[in-house]
Design a protein around this ligand. Structure first.
Ligand SMILES: Nc1ncnc2c1ncn2[C@@H]1O[C@H](COP(=O)(O)OP(=O)(O)O)[C@@H](O)[C@H]1O
Ligand SMILES: [Mg+2]
Length: 226
């Protein structure tokens, strides 16, 4: 589902953020991406979302080589991918419902379909009764769950998360990870960047480890995950 073939990303300053990175993630997998700060985790996710392009090598998503996806096809590519950020980037002057509805409004869904899908997404993250609340009236963990609802409301095949538990205590972090596992169990491919090794080694999923832009472990498939 997500395939990197000797991907190198060099920023203009001449620094290689990723060097010859190769791995495959299957459709049914949930995989963690870890490594020190500056190791290249966010860069790797940005290449999948086409927020950036590799300097060398190929990224293939759902059978499609991203080098063949032109500028105009980027919005359609992104609609297949849900993204969760650490600081969840919610609009604080809009209700929970409106925040989650945003991607569907942009994609041009009709009013009734938006209502149906937003409530289904809020229900999945346990926030249905907060649909009329403003984000700032919610706890940090609840705000992050709004971010997750917004990421899945378009029913993406792939869910990416960049340090989704960065601001949360261990208990809330574990709860957020359980949510990602639940989406994975219904067929969503999940890739989560996190430097919280204590948390992610407790969950039994494959871990890709980056060090200075190189993939130093986890590259092989689920067969040898342990
Ligand atoms: N837009 C950019 N321009 C130049 N260098 C960048 C840019 N984004 C990231 N980098 C550099 O690339 C390396 C990897 O960064 P990043 O992918 O953000 O790592 P991580 O998410 O693992 O902390 C770092 O050395 C960072 O300074
Ligand atoms: Mg990062």
């Amino acid at each position: 589902m997500i395939s990197f073939d000797r991907v190198t990303k060099r920023y203009e300053a001449g620094h290689d953020a990723l060097r010859e990175v190769s791995f495959d993630i299957e459709k049914d997998e949930l995989v963690f991406l870890t490594g020190h700060s500056g190791a290249g985790k966010s860069t790797l996710l940005r290449l999948i979302m086409l927020m950036d392009r590799p300097t060398r090598g190929q990224v293939t998503i759902d059978g499609r080589n991203l080098s063949s996806v032109g500028k105009r096809a980027i919005p359609a590519h992104r609609r297949g991918i849900g993204v969760v950020f650490q600081n969840h980037r919610l609009l604080f002057d809009r209700t929970v419902f409106d925040n989650v509805a945003l991607p569907l409004i942009i994609a041009g869904y009709d009013h009734r379909e938006i209502g149906r899908r937003v409530r289904a997404a809020l229900d999945k993250v346990g926030l249905l009764r907060h649909e009329h609340a403003m984000p700032l009236s919610l706890s940090g963990g609840e705000q992050q769950r709004v971010g997750i609802a917004r990421a899945v409301v378009g029913r993406p095949n792939i869910l990416l998360a960049d340090e989704p538990t960065g601001n949360l205590d261990p208990e809330l972090s574990a709860e957020i990870m359980r949510l990602f596992e639940a989406f994975n169990q219904v067929g969503v491919t999940v890739l989560i960047a996190s430097h919280d090794l204590v948390l992610i080694s407790r969950l039994h999923h494959r871990i890709l480890t980056l060090k200075d832009g190189r993939l130093i472990s986890g590259a092989s498939g689920p067969g040898d995950a342990l």
